[in-house]
Design a protein around this ligand. Sequence first.
Ligand SMILES: *C/C=C(C)/C=C/C=C(C)/C=C/C1=C(C)CCCC1(C)C
Length: 250
Amino acid sequence: MELLELIAIDGKDPVSFTFFPGYMAMFAAAVFFFAERGSVDAKWKLSLLVSALITGIAAVHYYYMRDFYASTGETPVALRYIDWTLTVPLMCIEFYLLLRPAGAKASFMWKLIAASVLMLVAGYIGEAFTDGSTFHSVLWGVISTVGYVYVLYSAWVGEAKQLADASNSPAVKKGIKALAWFVLVGWAIYPIGYMTMPGGWLGPDGAGLFAAKDINLFYNIADAINKIGFGLVVYNIAIQESSKTKAAVA
Ligand SMILES: *C/C=C(C)/C=C/C=C(C)/C=C/C1=C(C)CCCC1(C)C
């Protein structure tokens, strides 16, 4: 048996291959965000902890998803959605924590969480209960997209954007703008990946551009960009704001 097989990586299968660095990157990011709590002001520590939780929870799921894929060759749908159901609401909490000083209320956070849960539950029904038909895939994909569009709307024109405009911190303004770009570009990778599922527009029964297992490539790459990227944006804001208070004290 080759070494790579022993650690459950098939070097010739890009899908199998991306699970492993995905796992390591999430793990490293979690350690980093957790350790860096010591470098920021007290009021930013919770935001960094949430970033560490997002990447840490993902790391644990990647550990199991990598194994699941390696031993069955199947897409780990349930593990994936359990991961997202924990981490995406945490990202909504991240938005809320950043905007709380600008007046964000808990209802702002709950609306984002509700929209993202709708997005994920519909996506799960779409993938886990598929009968292989295009109708099933498209129906649940569209319902899911309603939730996605709500978050997108909030970040670009709705409540999140308006709160950011009202904020007196340039770092928070810039940070929310960066997160809005993540939601627009980084999150858009997921519905494209979803279209490679059985019955999907880009997959084997549709345009035939991708195999069904390629859905994991899209999701693994998107997760790394979004979970670590989101965390780094928050980290940047926290560092900038903390050095401002240090300068004021000195
Ligand atoms: C850390 C995980 C993140 C940021 C996951 C985000 C997931 C999405 C934005 C998923 C969106 C979907 C649609 C908009 C339609 C098709 C079904 C989904 C669930 C893939």
